[in-house]
Design a protein around this ligand. Sequence first.
Ligand SMILES: [Zn+2]
Length: 320
Amino acid sequence: MATTISSVLGPIPTERLGYTLMHEHLQVGWAGWDLDGTWKGAGRGERLESCTKALAELAALGVKTFVDPCPMELGRDPEFMAEVSSRSGVNIVCSTGLYKEDLGLPSYFRQRSVEEIAALYIKELTEGIGSTGIKAGLIKCATGVGAITPNEEKALRAAARASAATGAPIITHTDNGSLGDKQLDLFLAEGAQPARIAIGHSDGTADLKYHAGILERGAYVSFDRIGLEFFMPDRIRRAVIAGLIGAGYGRQLFMSQDHACCWLGRTAPRPPEVDKLMANRRFTYIVQEFIPQLLAAGVSQASIQTIMVENPRRYFEGAR
Ligand SMILES: [Zn+2]
């Protein structure tokens, strides 16, 4: 069992993780954003300021740890994260791993073997990212709609091998709360432990049979797009979460928001009706609004403590 994990500022004891947001982002840019010299957005200093301010607000609400599972090709910047962590006092954990094929997984990696990708993940987990000396603390995986593509499958198998070799946990992206069961099949076939696997964006569906199927095999189910009513109304999220807690699965759930403080490069303009459904997009929403509503719906404070504090620690420890 691991008792320390890699944060962007170095190893920390798992007991210091405390209240943890399991899936948030400081900054995200679609692969290629850094090639767009016509984009004149916020510079590094300005982005540092806004991320530090946002995390200081979370710290004031009692949040101790911010997990940023940005895939390596979507603007991940471990040195930026380290600066924000030391300025704000919030632990930040960054990830190794690749995104789904339709919006990421650069051509270089499509040509690599499972062994080559696994070796890179293991290097980032055990030696550090590039020459920064900053180690990733978990592994990101992603799949799209319909079926896992052959290239995504290579990245998933590599993630499972790197998890089995290092003990690092895996966190995933799914579209529409689908294919998480298939992700789990691949991870377990490659020797990863279910206690180290979190199937992400599972609030893309309200299908309790899908959730229970994953939970019964011992993995975590992550409801990590809270506030994004574009994907699912929050009242349905509350019903699903309260139902799964009531059914005895509280020790295998995560809650987070998948919010990003800064976007790198241009993004497509959003129609006003979509904008309306994004109104709750802020890091503090879960603590200030969503959790109080869960409590009002009858979920106990003890269950919230389990989900926000104990589950992240147990997951990073690889314990049951
Ligand atoms: Zn995300």
